[in-house]
Every structure is written in structure tokens, then in C-alpha cells.
Ligand binder design. Structure first.
Ligand code: FDA
Length: 312
């Protein structure tokens, strides 16, 4: 299946932009803030929370990073004005991590301060392993400076994740736990599907033992069941954890969680650069192209649902 996934990705630049747009409509709210707002209003009406991600082009200077901060501040203002149930998710490279950690920390502090003044919250997405130390250092610095409304992401495929939890435990962190989307070398990351699942379960237990608030971010039905088992065994109230999913992915599973009284937050990306962003992400991890192809195929031929699947 990996060969097919890579073939799909190689063909993508030749696919007309309009077709790509049609395919990505399920996964990306649109080009404008108003598009994201409309999606979040719908999700909130369905009993789901959201986290909004501004898709930026790769930035090359401090002014561009400041522009991203401003775009997020516009999101936070609109969320407050309309009384939406949504926080924001941000990538530190979009706030200038590659231009210097001081610049990035200062940009993030502006954003986190703005969010706090509106009673809102900022989640730092986790990017590839070259940014892990820098990201966790900035997270720690801002938490130690008293910014409570800041969360981070840990990836279950990373061998270091257990050690990261132990390092962060004293901060009682708010952590989104996901499998991890980037292609990492086996020396630092589990590559085997079942090994990643097993580590995910272990990390979830570790995080809860450490008193962390956890966003259980997965569409893997087996892991969702493990998450449900673990929170039930601990007698956690629904306010003490949440599930998280990407826009347009496994809505059936998400709806079930909401019906059963669990909190679910949907990741809602929007932005002018949705096309470049989508191509870049797909080129980074062709497996996602396989997921989308499988999903589209199953939708076009509903009778075959689930038979064309891209698991690993
Ligand atoms: P798995 O990969 O087994 O997928 C289970 C099923 O879900 C697939 O068979 C497919 O049907 C469907 N599916 C999963 N991903 C899909 C996609 N993108 N498009 C279409 N269908 C898909 N990663 C990271 O490295 N840093 C981060 O900050 C984040 N942030 C994040 C936020 C949220 C809310 C979620 C849900 C995920 C992330 N991720 C992430 C991505 C995450 O690491 C992981 O790659 C994906 O969630 C896929 O892993 P699953 O656990 O869903 O299992």
C-alpha cells in the first residue's frame, strides 16, 4: 500500500487545483476566517468543541511571523465575539522557531497573553523531531512564567515520549496525545503499527498518572476503545479529558463519542495557503494520501465501504 500511497502523492501536482480543492473540502474549512467560523458553528451545534489552525505559508522573516500572530489574534477575537467553543492550535515554525527561539517565544507569549485575556487556550502542535527540543523548551519556559492556558502535543511513535512526560510532569501539563504524522528514523521512533498503539496506551496511562489533562487524539477505533476503558477504570468525569479528531475524519466514531457523553474537539484548519499546505503535508507523509484516496473511493462506491483501506 505504501507504493500506491507514494504514487498518489507523485501524481498530485498534476491534478487540477479545483479537483484537489473538492477533495480537501472535507478536511479544510476554507480560505477565510469566516469559513472556519461557519464550520465551528456547525460543530458546536453538534455538541463538539473545536481547535482552529491557521494554515500559513512557510515563513522567512519576523514580519511574516508577526502576521501569523495577528491572524491568530483575529481568530481569538472572533471566537470571543461569537461565543464559539474553540481554542487555537499553532505550529512554532509558523511563529519563527527557525528564525530564533527568543523571537518564537516572544510571539507565542503575545498569543498566549491575548488568549488568556479572553479566557481562551493555545495548543502548540508538535512538528518533526528536529523541533522537539526547541518546542518543549519554549513550552516549559512559558509555563514556568505562569502561562497556564498553554498545552503541548506528544507523539506516541517517539521513543523519547515517556521521558518527556516524566520531565513535564511537575508542570501538570495539558497534553494532546497523538500517534505522530511525520516520517522519523527507527532509531528514535517506533515504526511498527502495533508498537505505536502499545506505546500510545502506555503514554496515556503515564500522563493520567502524572495528573495531566489529556486530549486523546486518534481515529483508531481500537485506541478509542482503550481510551474509553482507561478513563472509565479511573472514574474520570467527562470534564477531565477529551477526545480529539481531525475535521472530516471518522465522523461516525466522533458522533458516537458525543452521543455517549464524552467531549470531542475537532481540529479545524483554514487559510489562504490551503493548497500548498495540503501538498506539503501529503508529500511529507504519503500514508495520508492513501487515507484520503480510500475514503473518497469508499464514498464514491458506498457498497465497498471499508474494503479499500490504507492502514499502515
Ligand atoms: P491511524 O493512522 O491508524 O488512522 C485510523 C483511521 O483514521 C485511518 O484508517 C483512516 O481511516 C483515518 N485517518 C487518520 N488520519 C487521517 C487523515 N489525515 N485523513 C483521512 N483519514 C484519516 N500529528 C503530529 O505529528 N503532530 C500534531 O501536532 C498532531 N496534531 C493532531 C491533532 C489532532 C486533533 C489529531 C486527531 C491528530 C493530530 N496529529 C498530529 C496526527 C496524528 O499524529 C496521526 O497521524 C493521525 O491522527 C492518524 O493516526 P490515528 O491515531 O488516527 O490512527
Amino acid at each position: 500500500m505504501a507504493i500506491l500511497d507514494r504514487a498518489i502523492v507523485r501524481l498530485l501536482p498534476a491534478v487540477p487545483r479545483l479537483v484537489v480543492q473538492k477533495l480537501s473540502e472535507r478536511y479544510i474549512a476554507g480560505a477565510k476566517l469566516a469559513d472556519a467560523v461557519a464550520v465551528v458553528e456547525r460543530l458546536n451545534a453538534e455538541g463538539k468543541m473545536a481547535t482552529i489552525d491557521v494554515l500559513g505559508e512557510e515563513i522567512t522573516n519576523a514580519e511574516e511571523a508577526a502576521g501569523i500572530v495577528q491572524a491568530y489574534q483575529d481568530v481569538l477575537a472572533e471566537v470571543e465575539r461569537r461565543g464559539l467553543d474553540s481554542n487555537v492550535s499553532v505550529k512554532l515554525t509558523a511563529l519563527g522557531l527557525e528564525l530564533g527561539s527568543d523571537l518564537c517565544r516572544d510571539d507565542l507569549e503575545i498569543l498566549v497573553g491575548d488568549a488568556a485575556s479572553r479566557g481562551n487556550f493555545v495548543r502548540i502542535d508538535m512538528e518533526d523531531s528536529s523541533y522537539h527540543d526547541g518546542t518543549l523548551a519554549i513550552y516549559r519556559e512559558l509555563r514556568e512564567a505562569g502561562h497556564e492556558n498553554l498545552g503541548v502535543v506528544l507523539q506516541a511513535y517517539m521513543r523519547r515520549a515517556v521521558a518527556d512526560i516524566r520531565d513535564l510532569a511537575e508542570l501538570r501539563p495539558n497534553v494532546r496525545l497523538c500517534k505522530g504524522i511525520y516520517i522519523e528514523p527507527p532509531a528514535i521512533a517506533f515504526r511498527d503499527f502495533e508498537a505505536v498503539r502499545a506505546n500510545y496506551v502506555k503514554l496515556l496511562e503515564e500522563l493520567l498518572d502524572a495528573g495531566a489533562y489529556v486530549g486523546i487524539a486518534t481515529h483508531d477505533e481500537w485506541l478509542v476503545e482503550q481510551g474509553l476503558r482507561i478513563v472509565a477504570e479511573r472514574g474520570l468525569d467527562p470534564e477531565e479529558y477529551e477526545f480529539q479528531m481531525l475535521l472530516g475524519v471518522r465522523e461516525d466514531l466522533g458522533n458516537r463519542l458525543v452521543r455517549e457523553g464524552h467531549r470531542l474537539r475537532i481540529y479545524v484548519p483554514f487559510g489562504r495557503h490551503w493548497y500548498e499546505y495540503s501538498l506539503r503535508r501529503l508529500q511529507e507523509n504519503p500514508k495520508v494520501a492513501g487515507y484520503i484516496a480510500a475514503d473518497t473511493f469508499n464514498r464514491l462506491l458506498p457498497g465497498r465501504n471499508g474494503r479499500f483501506s490504507s492502514r499502515s
